[in-house]
Design a protein around this ligand. Structure first.
Ligand code: NAD
Length: 256
């Protein structure tokens, strides 16, 4: 194949929406997309957080719009789709990065904790996939799952269940939306964000164990998720759908 006909691993010229895009992994992906030449709408529930990231997106040359979205609300998701199309353009890429994480053992977990995690981490992904797929002619959807989808983690029943659900949902939605829209997931290992940072830095043996079980000997930064997201969003991934790509530094929970 001649070099000029190679599909490009870039999001230049695309319009992307990142839900949960004001912090952590989602924010890194939103800014990384903008640096690579995409127009990006990054959203979460709070106006100030949305305004802050919008300013950073504009500094990187991206067109954007400021709209809050609680991913548990159908009306908010519909308003997000509408505002993006009206103010920025037709959507090529959706990233679902909103996430919450109750850290309660099963015997103590309340219905409210369980229902909140499932509502945000699983049902929110379903609702956003549904709403955006109705609008998108073609493109790519990327769900941020977790290695916790496939591993037992103490005091995370709702989170592990939700993330396993995200992997199944990703494969099912990929089948429904092919061939026009590709749907994949990224399953990060431990990433230093506001979600995981406190546990990773609490001075307990936990962090030492994580580093020992990780061939890369450390946890990752949010920026280290960006390359995989750009790949999955790009035309370079034109034959990749229904996949879960693990980005965990080789983490092996059984390593001593
Ligand atoms: N940090 C890790 O170690 C790690 C590992 C694996 C997977 N993940 C996943 O990555 C994703 C991002 O996590 P993070 O570590 O960046 O966390 P974070 O807490 O830094 O960011 C989460 C984002 O989601 C938003 N959010 C939460 N509830 C929302 C709602 N109802 N509607 C809209 N937005 C909402 C928050 O405002 C924030 O912008 C999550 O899905 C998480 O489960 C994180």
């Amino acid at each position: 194949m001649a070099a000029e006909s190679m599909p490009s691993v870039s999001v230049e010229g695309k319009t992307a929406v990142v839900i949960g895009g004001t912090r952590g992994i989602g924010r890194a992906i939103a800014l990384g997309f903008a640096e690579d030449g995409a127009d990006v709408v990054a959203t979460s529930r709070t106006e100030d957080a949305v305004a802050d990231v919008a300013e950073e997106l504009r500094e990187r040359g991206a067109s954007t719009t400021e709209v809050t979205c609680d991913v548990t609300s159908d009306a908010d998701i519909d308003a997000l789709v509408e505002a993006t199309v009206a103010d920025v353009g037709d959507v090529d890429v959706l990233v679902n990065s909103a996430g919450v994480n109750a850290t309660t053992p099963v015997t103590e977990m309340t219905n409210e904790e369980w229902e909140r995690d499932i509502a945000v981490d699983l049902t929110g992904v379903f609702k956003a996939c549904r709403a955006f797929a109705r609008e998108m002619d073609e493109g790519s959807i990327i769900n941020i799952s977790s290695m916790s989808a496939d591993q037992a983690r103490e005091a995370r029943p709702s989170y592990c269940a939700a993330k396993s659900g995200v992997n199944g949902l990703t494969r099912a939605v990929a089948a429904d939306l092919a061939p026009d829209i590709r749907v994949n997931a990224i399953a990060p290992g431990f990433v230093k964000t506001e979600m995981a940072g406190p546990k990773l830095d609490d001075g307990s043996e936990f962090r030492e164990t994580v580093d020992e079980r990780t061939p890369m000997e450390r946890v990752s930064t949010p920026d280290e998720m960006v390359g995989t997201a750009i790949y999955l969003a790009s035309d370079g991934a034109s034959f990749t759908t229904g996949e879960v790509i693990t980005v965990d530094g080789g983490y092996d929970p059984s390593a001593q």
